[in-house]
Design a protein around this ligand. Structure first.
Ligand code: HEM
Length: 330
């Protein structure tokens, strides 16, 4: 998984960031990249990310739209886009099924698509369920990982002392590598400070503000009874901004994560049995992306005070443009 992700990220940077001074929309770039990472690194599906990304975005735009299926409405274009995705993914599923039934083996055999198609061949799932699972994971990964990465850049730009530490961590790894040599899992494990920065960013700016649960029994909480069957909204802010768990909670201090944090206090990925299924993939995506960007580019924010808006998930209102300049030797 790590070498595959390294190659994809290097390819993305080479194609979209290039080797000249440029202005990049960090949010869009990381969304396109995450999209490709989920499809390729998790499923082993290689479809044209640049074209299909726009189609997935159309579906997302329709998710919160009024359900009016008339030409020109967001809902109607979302439905058309969903049908297009269905067709592209059904083609992929059928190709894989034919290859597997013919006994063909390839480097993607261990990937999720092969596992799902194996279940399809055994009659345990339907073709629609395979496609729905792919779509679900792409959506779950999409806005969350890209928001976490963009906000990390914002935090690092505003805390140059933290950036110096993070950069040193990556330069120490890069110096042991040839230019196109992939990182290993051991290299990724050395990125401890970067993961502290990522966690501190997600503490202050959780990509998912919370979610619903249903009380399965009457619960007493701080003198109130939550009756069985009621919906409960948990939010990450409740504990993330609580000084009982995070002293001086509004300050950006990645080193607070050098020590273990109390269970269920830090919950950007949720917790318990419904913990985010993509936690490890998101972590790898964030760390490897950071490595290649900071070792290969100097960068600065175009709008250091760019506001964040919620719709319903948070995103930087101007797409967080950054100015990049390739470092000497890259
Ligand atoms: C920084 C990135 C991410 C964040 C902050 C995040 C956050 C979350 C949160 C808070 C939940 C729990 C929702 C709840 O309890 O109701 C969740 C669930 C989930 N996430 Fe993520 N996620 C991220 C990336 C990903 C990725 C990359 C994938 C897949 C490739 C993914 C797939 C899922 C799935 C399938 C669930 C549902 C798990 C279940 O209900 O058993 N997520 N995520």
């Amino acid at each position: 998984m790590v070498p595959r992700m390294c190659r994809l990220i290097r390819k993305h940077l080479m194609k979209n960031w290039g080797q000249r001074d440029e202005m990049i929309s960090l949010h869009r770039s990381t969304k396109v990249l995450t999209f490709a990472i989920v499809l390729e690194c998790l499923f082993g599906i290689r479809i044209d990310a640049d074209t299909m990304f726009g189609v997935f975005e159309n579906v997302l735009e329709g998710v919160m739209a009024a359900p009016i299926n008339l030409p020109g409405t967001k809902f109607s274009s979302a439905k058309k886009a969903r049908a297009k995705i269905q067709k592209a993914l059904v083609d992929e599923v059928q190709k894989k099924k034919e290859a597997m039934e013919a006994g063909g083996r390839d480097e993607d055999d261990a990937m999720l698509l092969s596992n799902l198609v194996a279940a399809l061949i055994r009659g345990e799932v339907t073709e629609d369920e395979v496609v729905d699972n792919i779509v679900l994971l792409v959506f779950a990964a999409h806005d969350t990982t890209s928001y976490a990465i963009t906000m990390m850049f914002k935090m690092l730009a505003n805390h140059p002392d933290c950036y110096t530490l993070l950069l040193k961590e990556h330069e120490d790894i890069a110096i042991t590598k040839r230019r196109e040599e992939d990182l290993t899992l051991e290299d990724v494990k050395k990125m401890e400070y970067t993961w502290q920065v990522a966690r501190e960013t997600m503490r202050l700016c959780p990509p998912i503000f919370g979610s619903f649960r249903k009380a399965t029994a009457d619960i007493e909480f701080e003198g109130f009874i939550i009756p069985k069957g009621w919906k409960v909204l948990w939010t990450a802010y409740g504990t993330h901004y609580n000084e009982e768990y995070f002293p001086d909670p509004m300050s950006f201090n990645p080193s607070r994560f050098a020590d273990p944090v109390q269970a269920y206090a830090f919950i950007p990925f949720g917790g318990g049995p419904r913990l985010c299924a993509g936690y490890q993939l998101a972590k790898l995506n964030i760390l490897v992306f950071m490595h290649y960007v900071v070792t290969r580019y100097d960068w600065s924010l175009v709008y250091p005070d760019e506001p964040v808006v919620m719709d319903p998930l948070p995103f930087p209102s101007k797409g967080m443009p950054i100015k990049i300049s390739p470092k000497h030797g890259y």
